[in-house]
Ligand binder design. Sequence first.
Ligand code: C2E
Ligand code: MG
Ligand code: MG
Length: 454
Amino acid sequence: MTSTNPSSAIPQGAAGHRHSTRVRRALRVGSVALVLVSLVWGGYFAWQGDTLLVAANLLMGGTGAWCVRLARRGDTRGASLLLVGMLLLVLCLMCVFLDIPSPRAPRVTHHYLLALGATALLLFRNDRPWLRHGAPLLCFAAFFVFGSTQWGIVTPHALPDELRVLGSWANSAMAMAVMYALLYVMLSEVAEHKAMVADLRRALQDPQQQFALVYQPQVDTAGRVRGAEALLRWTHPGRGPVSPAEFIPVAEQSGQILPLGHWVLGRACAQLVAWAEHPQLRELTLSVNVSAQQFRQRDFVPQLLSILQRSGARPGRLKLELTESMLVNDLDDIVAKMRILKAEGVGLSLDDFGTGYSSLSYLKQLPLDELKVDKSFVQDVLENPQDAAIARTVTTLGLTMGLSVIAEGVETAGQRDFLAGIGCRAFQGYLYSKPLPAAEFDAYAERQALQRAA
Ligand code: C2E
Ligand code: MG
Ligand code: MG
């Protein structure tokens, strides 16, 4: 099972959420540029009658087009890996076979490797260390080798000096332009991040003003509402609604997730208390997302127990959604905390299951109640046999371990029927309802309960 991000509670998997719009746009532009460059060079080599290089360019163009498709589908990580990997390979091959330095014209293709290294740094900045550091270092090492040696392999495909003299100006200028654009994106990213940290700090002074919880129903196979997931919303005074996929990672990096998460738990418990007074809502459970950093706090358990006690909420109605990413370090401490919470009656669910690091040996040590099949697998469960196989495996695994299994991101009756067919007994997704403000959720759940009773 794969993951991109060891620290975040934001699901990664097929959808690489943590990249800003600007970086995603840069990725799309890079992929389109790869397609265009391959078309231009493919045309040139076709004119020269070099079929091998035409084929190589077609492959490159095809890769660029595939990257565009992946990025459009939201698979930023897949697109980044393909783009950086392909460009590194192509540039190295060009340095070795096409752009061989001579006394008349120096090699310049390797200048692009610097820009590629910087791109890799930007694209993989939240990824695992081997990729975060490995990809840029590989590009810089290749730059070093091709920049400081004359090494090349002479074949009939090598570019003639007349073309390379012209190319040395054009390519150097182009590589500088790419570098400038990248630095600009990086600086804007830093500025955007700093501004958001400051805005979050202001918002946290009075969380009630700008933050709110919305509630997404969780239903059983008969369509009965069994509970809800509490999802945080931030309405920025200037920008309007900001997606949690954007602000939660920033809150995590800046440590602000601790006060924010504390506020969320308080609000969730207050909601449980409010439901306890409604005959039709009193048995509902409420799932709350807890970020890795929050759970790792030394006093997380006493904090939560104190919130429960002060609010008067029943611990058995609260469910914490943990992510696989928090299992990377100090598993013993995590398990110890989970055991105490479980003994107090608090439910424990593993969110976004299948997108992170879980190995079976980890999983069997955890005192969980529920596994949540990630929406990235549910999305294409009917079209993609691999996603269907993962959904089936995850469900079977959960059931075998005696856990309940809930699928999130269920949007169609077809998906629900497939998931029910493989043993899944609880569902959450737009098929039933989008996340709703408290009053609307209450009305929805009451309506459902009355319809069932009639
Ligand atoms: P999550 O916990 O996996 O939440 C599910 C996300 O899927 C929610 O996005 C929800 O609105 C969305 N979703 C639900 N049904 C569907 C569907 O049918 N189709 C699609 N395409 N999406 C659906 P949201 O609200 O944007 O939250 C994103 C993530 O932000 C959450 O993922 C969670 O990891 C994080 N998050 C949200 N609230 C909190 C919070 O209070 N604390 C922490 N630490 N993280 C939070
Ligand atoms: Mg969740
Ligand atoms: Mg999830």
